[in-house]
Design a protein around this ligand. Structure first.
Ligand SMILES: Cc1cc2nc3c(=O)[nH]c(=O)nc-3n(C[C@H](O)[C@H](O)[C@H](O)COP(=O)(O)OP(=O)(O)OC[C@H]3O[C@@H](n4cnc5c(N)ncnc54)[C@H](O)[C@@H]3O)c2cc1C
Ligand code: FES
Ligand code: FES
Length: 455
């Protein structure tokens, strides 16, 4: 069965039987060489393109990394490359600003910056100048960021014309794609049935992990199933009893739709990769990939999250604390998918910490989410100490929580918590940090948390 997508306003046919090409490959093979391959792993932004996405029923432009989009997942999407932004030789504001501020030297990164700045210019809730943080997914090796920042700050409201008018119409709905090597069902039952009949198939959501496996580790799969078109996996609901987040809802939308989110959600999102990655990455993917340094697990563990699964034997709910079974393994069975993540209310007042080589857009060396609530007697009623990067899986340190329980929240208790953490954690050393470094950082994060919650 054929399918296609809109590329700079023109229909492009895709063969879903040939899933092993990226959107970037196809762009460049069609002569659209403005999008460049720099890193092929979502780090540099030089491959950025605009994707029309739905934001609470209204269209928006999102900059995404075309190097991390497998071609069949572009089916039904509307994509614009840097070549389409200038109107008949008349440069777009983003292009003009980059040129006038001296934001480009060799030019390799420039199309990526332009595309990201263009998306920022058209952001619906934007007031005042463009936010230079919107360009955080782009790297430049020669110009330096000062002129690029100046360019961003000089771009005003979007002008009238095609791109503004386009946002008056809704984004296209993602239809079902049914092939033998690639499928994109629209219901959970169809997904489970297809997976059951294609046991070697792999699941893909935002493709930010899979895309790296594909490009850098040369992974190839007999068949792929995308969960991006399953409406249930995109739901977000908040009631008095719980918050429920669809497994395939991109992180950007979690931020956008969780209107009464605690402040820690915004802090956590800012520390999670870059805007183009957050436009695609999902919670389901972050948990199912079971990386010990995944940033969502510590926060969700501290909130006592539950993972909702669907498989051939029906549906089940697993506490996140028992979801990971070992290094990069989970309880997910054959043909089973993550449908949603739920957080029981009231949510403990959690603080999230991420220690990495760079402050923004970096993978964690150690991450932690901690909460302590005190009773009327000023003793600890409930404690949560959850860590990433210090064991084969992200984990809650139950012994440390027990050490704090019923105690006054003071230096002596912090010491006992630290001792329990030292006994419980078994970090591995790697290029991001040695075993000893990770142990010390975990201890000092507890102290930092204590100081922040008592002074
Ligand atoms: C440049 C870059 C920066 C990054 N920075 C961070 C960071 O700061 N913090 C961090 O934690 N991670 C980071 N990541 C990793 C990645 O973005 C996250 O793990 C992301 O949440 C994965 O989600 P995805 O939808 O893209 O998953 P995919 O790549 O689509 O899939 C990942 C895995 O999950 C499985 N899967 C996906 N959805 C489901 C489902 N519904 N049910 C069952 N299995 C499923 C897939 O089969 C696959 O094994 C980064 C990645 C890149 C490329
Ligand atoms: S090539 Fe670097 S992000 Fe795609
Ligand atoms: S201008 Fe050369 S990499 Fe940015």
């Amino acid at each position: 069965m054929g399918c296609g997508f809109l590329l700079n306003g023109r229909h492009v046919e895709i063969d879903p039987g040939a899933p092993h090409a990226t959107l970037l490959d196809i762009l460049r093979s069609r002569g659209l060489t403005g999008s460049k391959e720099g890193c092929a792993e979502g780090e540099c932004g030089s491959c950025s393109v605009l994707m029309v996405a739905d934001e609470d029923g209204q269209s928006c432009y999102r900059a995404v990394n075309s190097c991390l989009m497998l071609l069949p997942t572009a089916a039904d999407r509307e994509i614009y490359t840097v070549e389409s932004l200038a109107n008949g030789g008349d440069l777009s504001d983003a292009q003009r600003a980059m040129a006038s501020a001296g934001g480009s030297q060799c030019g390799y990164c420039t199309p990526g910056f332009v595309v990201n700045l263009f998306a920022e210019q058209y952001r619906r809730d934007r007031v005042g100048p463009c936010d230079p943080h919107a360009l955080a997914g782009c790297l430049c090796r020669c110009t330096g960021y000062r002129p690029i920042r100046d360019a961003a700050l000089s771009v005003g409201p979007p002008p009238d014309g095609f791109f503004k008018e386009r946002l008056q119409r809704p984004a296209a709905l993602l239809d079902a794609v049914a092939g033998e090597r690639f499928a994109r069902p629209t219901t959970v039952d169809e997904a489970v049935a297809w997976l059951a009949s294609h046991p070697a198939a792999k699941i893909v959501a935002g493709c930010t992990d899979r895309g790296v496996e594909f490009n850098l580790r040369h992974a190839r799969w007999p068949a792929l199933i995308s969960v991006e078109a399953i409406a249930e996996l995109h739901q977000f609901n908040e009631t008095d009893a719980e918050v429920r987040i669809g497994a395939a809802l991109p992180l950007t939308d979690i931020g956008g739709r969780w209107l009464k989110a605690p402040a820690v959600v915004g802090e956590w999102l800012t520390l999670f990769a870059s805007p183009p990655i957050r436009h695609r990455a999902t919670l389901g993917g972050n948990l199912a990939t079971a990386s010990p340094i995944g940033d969502s697990a510590p926060l969700l563990l501290a909130w006592d999250a539950a993972v909702h699964l669907a498989g051939p034997a029906g549906r089940r709910v697993v506490p996140l604390a028992s979801f990971f079974t070992g290094y990069r393994t989970t309880v997910l069975g054959q043909a089973e998918i993550v449908v949603a993540i739920s957080l029981p209310k009231p949510l403990p007042d959690v603080r999230f910490y991420k220690v990495a080589k760079r402050r923004l857009d970096d993978i964690s060396t150690v991450s932690a989410a901690m909460a302590v609530s005190l009773g009327p007697d000023r003793r600890v009623q409930q404690a949560r100490f959850a860590f990433g990067g210090v064991a084969a899986t992200p984990l809650r340190v139950i012994e440390a929580e027990a050490a704090a329980q019923g105690q006054p929240w003071n230096a002596r208790t912090v010491e006992r918590v630290q001792q329990a953490i030292e006994r419980s954690l078994s970090p591995r050393g790697d290029h991001r940090g040695s075993k000893a470094y990770r142990e010390q950082v975990s201890q000092s994060l507890v102290e930092r948390f204590w100081l922040e919650t008592t002074t």
